[in-house]
Ligand binder design. Structure first.
Ligand SMILES: [Ca+2]
Length: 322
């Protein structure tokens, strides 16, 4: 009975889905009605059981499909990385230089609490914070243990090591090579064609991103300070369809941080797929966070943390290459 029940639930869940054959779909055009009547119906025929088993086998693929639709393909190209000295809050590690990046697909969203939970539930993975018996770990948000309502917020208190472990698990599970973006891929995706400080051009408002609005950009008006993360699909996405590339949480990149790395790249002319210095002390984080000033959300702004560090304003998003 248990098996039949599981099959019924699966049938109910997927009966209207495109993965079903047309014949099957026609038979159970109303999944809810089917479910209600089937509860009292006699045992399923062998054919129906077989169909249910096919659905059960397809669930892994279904999860993969649901995951992959969150990624947008981005056509590579050449761009000017860094910021001009004339840009307000320009820093001396932002030397402009020419970079070429290959095609890649990037997640529209930062990895959520719910997604990270799936990883931990499946693997029993212990994050760096938990290894150190830190009282705050990925189950926590800005103001304590995450309530159910924050499951679609970006996961925080995850280290670079934790982010890489998640990417490896997802790759093994799906057969695709998921990884953190390089700093160059991250800036290319964040700019989405813009050469201005933000993908929103010369200013970023708190109607466009989640940051500490008390510290507005340049001489623009003050905004709000939400003092928390927001759902990963908040605000309008950039021209590439990516959400919260500015603000909400800083996002880990794969590179070691190199303060003079851009100068070295510039000396080599146009560089292709730069991946950062070969070694370092800190990993790059990009994009600014909910408790940071607008200037830190700039497309060119660089920041870094050690590979094991974690806190309430750093999360991550993944890319994959075909
Ligand atoms: Ca972000």
């Amino acid at each position: 009975m248990l098996i039949v029940g599981i099959i019924l639930i699966l049938l109910k869940h997927f009966a209207s889905h495109q993965y079903f054959g047309a014949r099957y779909h026609a038979k159970f055009a109303s999944p809810v009605a089917f479910y209600e009547t089937a509860v009292e119906a006699p045992a399923l025929t062998a054919k129906e059981v077989q169909a249910g088993e096919a659905v059960a086998a397809a669930v892994v693929d279904e999860e993969t499909v649901e995951l992959l639709v969150k990624f947008v393909p981005i056509r590579g190209g050449e761009f000017t990385m860094g910021s001009p000295v004339s840009e307000a809050n320009h820093q001396d590690d932002e030397t402009q230089h020419q970079v070429r990046v290959s095609d890649f697909s990037m997640s529209k969203y930062a990895v959520t609490v719910a997604e990270f939970k799936r990883f931990v539930d499946a693997t029993g993975y212990c994050t760096d914070a938990e290894k150190m018996s830190n009282t705050k770990n990925w189950r926590y948000g800005v103001s304590g243990l995450r309530p159910q309502s924050e499951e679609d917020h970006p996961v925080v208190y995850v280290s670079w090591n934790d982010a890489v472990a998640y990417a490896k698990w997802l790759s093994a599970k799906t057969g695709k090579h998921f990884r953190l973006p390089t700093e160059a891929e991250r800036e290319y995706a964040c700019r989405a064609g813009s050469r201005m400080p933000f993908d929103t051009e010369e200013n970023l408002t708190t109607n466009q991103a989640n940051f500490n609005g008390n510290y507005f950009y340049n001489d623009h008006p003050k905004g709000v300070y939400r003092q928390n993360t927001v759902a990963v699909n908040s605000f309008t996405p950039n021209a590439f369809g990516l959400y919260n590339m500015h603000g909400n949480v800083w996002e880990w990149c794969s590179d070691w941080y190199g303060k003079t790395y851009y100068e070295e790249c510039k000396a080599n002319g146009t560089v292709t797929n730069p991946a950062g210095p070969e070694s370092g002390a800190y990993r790059v984080i990009r994009g600014g966070g909910w408790d940071y000033f607008a200037e830190y959300c700039r497309s060119a702004c660089r920041n870094s943390r050690s590979s094991a560090s974690r806190n309430s304003h750093v999360g991550f998003r993944l890319i994959y290459c075909n």
